[in-house]
Ligand binder design. Sequence first.
Ligand code: GMT
Length: 380
Amino acid sequence: MKIGIVCYPTHGGSGVVATELGTALAENGHSVHIISYAIPFRFESFRKNLTYHEVEVSAYPLFRYPPYDLALAGTIMEVAQQYGLDILHAHYAIPHAVSGHLAREMLNGDGKNVRLITTLHGTDITIIGQQRIFQRITRFGIRQSDGVTSVSQELKDRVIETIDCGAQDIEVIPNFVDTERFNPGCCPDKRSHLAAPDEKIVVHVSNFREVKRPRDVVQAFAIASRDVKARLVMIGDGPELGACKELARELGIFDRVTFAGTYDAIWELLPQADVFFLPSEYESFGLSALEAMACAVPVVASNTGGLPEVVEDGVSGFLHAPADTESMAASIRKLLSDDELAKKMGEAARERATSKFRREALLPVWEDYYQRIIDQPARA
Ligand code: GMT
């Protein structure tokens, strides 16, 4: 198949999922074209069957706000025409589904037959899609797609509840993880870069937006590590980072917290963790938790959104209500002070990641879905 994939290039789950899906499809012999305004951070250049196309936005002085959505539609149209795309896969509803729709309408009017699939990732529905100005356009993008997928059952239910999707069906296809790249044996030499030999390691990875509740990470770690020698490694960057540093200082634990900034090769660091901590307000899926699980790291997280579909409470980690920092701290402490339990849960986490979310198992699911959409009658 000839597949176009539109995504955000920034550090964030949807861009990772889009890029890794594109890479896997290309390895399987499909011709894949990634379209974005910058090279996505997990994109590896010079791979067979995989090409990146940059959206060039005009800086014409009349434009106070350069029309990215139109530049994107124009780029999609060009790529689709030049390479004869069968599928255009938009990751994240706004604006990708709508620009994709525009490009497809222009193309199909010219006698082509490109099918538009939109994958909903979470905040496109729960935050952006709820803003008054974007509500109807999100619905429009969903309704106009030839196929729509959601990364978890919970997100699908939420979309149906909050957005009138008309006759549009939503397929749940969970995110996957490359369990060879994310594996417990990777890079043991990195451990000594993260912490002292006698320190346990708690890792948090996010974009430090409010929805991640990163201050709760600091708060709960302060409680959990009162009588356990441990270090908190905060990986990523975002609007709440400054507040997290301030809180760490206030709580007197700044010297036990490493603010590492963004780090692309996260698979090198995750296996060194004793606990992965994700106390988000909401998480449609929680890809970073899954990546930690693949590295045999038990997870402490909130029991919100799609997280319970990924982490089994009491088996591969512990789940608690968002903002319940006391209970989260107790679970972290339990894992840090009981090596047997941490090992058992870590193994269960790896087992769940490999049995339910392995890249090789989910790739054929995507290929079947694409084929089904291609085979269905064209939209009227
Ligand atoms: O978490 C974010 O703020 C980024 C966002 C994105 O679109 O990149 O992540 C969402 O998509 C990921 C991949 O499907 C999911 O693993 C995340 O759970 C989801 N984030 C939220 O729902 C908050």
